[in-house]
Design a protein around this ligand. Sequence first.
Ligand code: TPP
Length: 645
Amino acid sequence: MPSTPLLDTITNPADLRRLPLSDLPKLAQELRTFLIESVSRTGGHLSSNLGTVELTIALHHVFNTPEDRLVWDVGHQTYVHKILTGRREGMARLRMQDGISGFPRRNESPYDTFGVGHSSTSISAALGMAVAARNKKENRRVVAIIGDGAMSAGQAFEALNNAGVIDANLLVILNDNDMSISPPVGALNKYLARLLSGHTFNAARRAGEKVLSIVPSVLELARRAEEHVKGMVVPGTLFEEFGFNYIGPIDGHDLESLIPTLQNLRELDGPQFLHVVTRKGQGYKLAEADPILYHGVSKFDSAGGIQTGIKTSKPTYTQIFGEWLCDMAAADERLIGITPAMREGSGLSSFAEQYPQRYHDVGIAEQHAITFAAGLACEGMKPVVAIYSTFLQRAYDQWIHDVALQNLPVMLAIDRGGLVGADGATHNGAFDLSYLACIPNMLIMTPSDENECRQMLTTAFHHDGPSAVRYPRGSGPGVPIDKTLKSLPLGKAEVRRKSSKNEGTTRIALLAFGSLLTPALQAGNDLDATVVNMRFVKPLDEALLHELATRHTLLVSLEENTIIGGAGSEIARSLAQAGLTTPLLRLGLPDSFIDHGDTTHLLSQIGLDAQGIVTQITAHIANHPATGDLTSAIALAKSNAASAA
Ligand SMILES: Cc1ncc(C[n+]2csc(CCOP(=O)(O)OP(=O)(O)O)c2C)c(N)n1
C-alpha cells in the first residue's frame, strides 16, 4: 500500500476535525491514492468514490457526525466515509464474505445512518430523521447527499415535495457530476446543465461568496440579501419552488469553498439545498477518461488500468440477452427496448447504438419504465423492459395495475435473478418468482442454459400478454447457441434424466428451475433421481407434475428464489389442488437476507450446490419416516454411482 502519513493519523472524524484546513488537500490526495490501490485489489465502485473525496472530508469536518446525520443516496460512493469512520482496515475485505459491505449499513457503524443500495431514498429518510429530531427536541443536523442520476427518480421529488411544506432542518446536497452510471438522461439533466452554464454559473458563484461573507448573527437579513443577490443573477430555481433555499452551484473539489459554505448552511434553519459540482473519477486519469468503465470494477492493475477486450470463454446471460435484442429488433420493427438507467449492466449498449430511435433509457425510474411500456403496448408496440430483479421491486404496482390487469404484451427481461455476490443483500434477486407468480395473466420462464434463454426470450416476445424471462448474473453452463429465433411450447417442462436402474419405481424426482438445473443434474446422478427442467414457473407443466407425483415417493423443487411463495410453492399448490399427497421438499433461498460474498461459496453454504442438494435431501429423508424407505434406495444408487465411476 502507498504511504499515507496524514491519513494514518486519522481513525475517526474527531481526528479529522482537529486538522487545520490547510492540511485537507493533502489528506484528499492520500485518500485518493489509498482508494485506487485498495479498490484495485478488491474490486468495487471506483469513479463515484473518487468524485466525492473532498465532499466527504468537508462533511465530516463541518458536521458533528455521527450526532449529525449523513444520509447517502445509493451508498456506492461511501468508501471515503468508511475509511474516515474507522473502517480503513476493513477496506481490504470490502464486499467479501464477512468483510465490510460496499454500501452503508446501520449494523456496520453508527456513522451509517441509513441502509441503502437502491437509489433515491436519501431525502425521504433524511426528512424522517429531521422530523424525529424536531419532535424529540434534539438539535442535530441532517444531511442527504444525492447524485444527479439518483435525483431523476420519482421518490426524490416526492420527498422534496413533502420537505418543502414540513419546514424541517434538512440539508440536501446534490452531487452533480453530470453522470449516472452512463450519461444522464432527461429534462432534469438539461436543467442542471443550464444552472451550471456560463454566465449563470459564475454569477451564482459570486452570489455564494456573498452568502459566505455574512455573519450568522444577522442571519435573517443575510437571507434576504442573499435572495436579493440570487434573484438578480439566477432565476428562481426549481428547488426554490419546492420551498428550499438553493445555494450553488459550487465546486465540489474545492475545499476552500466547500467548508465555509457548509459551515454557513449548518447554521441555517429550514430546508436547504446545496448544489455541488464534482467530476466522476477525479484524480485518476483513467477513470476520468472513462468513468463508465471504472464505475464498478473487478480487481485490476492500478498502474496499467482495466484491460478491455479480453474474451471470456462463455458469454454471460446479459450478453445473450443483448444479442437476442438486436436480432429480434431486426426481425420485428415493433420492438422497443427500455432500460431504467442500466444500459451497460443490462446489455443494451449494442442495441442503443444500432436502434437509437427504439432505445429508451428512462433514468432511474423503474415505475415509469413499466407504465411507459404499458402505454407503448396499448398502441401496438412490443416493449421489452430490461431490468434487474432487485430494481423491479420498485415497480410492482405498475406491473400489476398497468400491465397485468390490462393483459398487455409487455415483456420483462429480468437480469440478476438469484444471488448476485459482492453487492449483497440489497441487490440479490431473491423474490421475483414469488412476487410475480401470484399475478394473474403472467407467463414466467427460468432458463437453465444460454440457448434456452434465447428461446424463452423469443417465446416471451411472441406471447400476447405480460411475460418475464428471469436469468441469473454471470454465465451459464456454456451450451452452443442456435442463432435462429425459435419459441418453446408454452408450459411444457422437459425430463432431463431418467433413473437408469429403477425405471418405473424411481422414488425421487428433482424439479429444477433455471440456474439450479445444473447442480440438480449432478445430484440426480448421485441419488439416481428423475431430474426435470421445469422451464415454466407459470404456467406450470401440471400434467407432467401430477404424473411424476404418482410415480415418485418424494418430489424436490429447486429454485434460486426465496422458498416462501416461490416456484416450489406453486408446485405445492398444484399438488394440493389435485389432491395429490406425494411429499414435497422445497429447496431454495432461506427466509433471511443473504449478505455479500462469492456466489459459488454462498450457494454451497445454503446447500444449493450439488453436494448440498444431496445432503439436504438425505437429511430430509432421515427426518421424515414417511419417506424413510428411500434411504436404502439412495445408498444403493450411491454405491452404483461410485462403482460406475
Ligand atoms: C432503484 C435503483 N435503480 C438502479 C440502480 C443502479 N445504480 C447504481 S448507481 C447508479 C447511478 C447513480 O448516479 P448518481 O446518483 O448520479 O451517482 P454517481 O454514481 O454519478 O455518483 C445506478 C443507476 C440503483 N442503485 N437503484
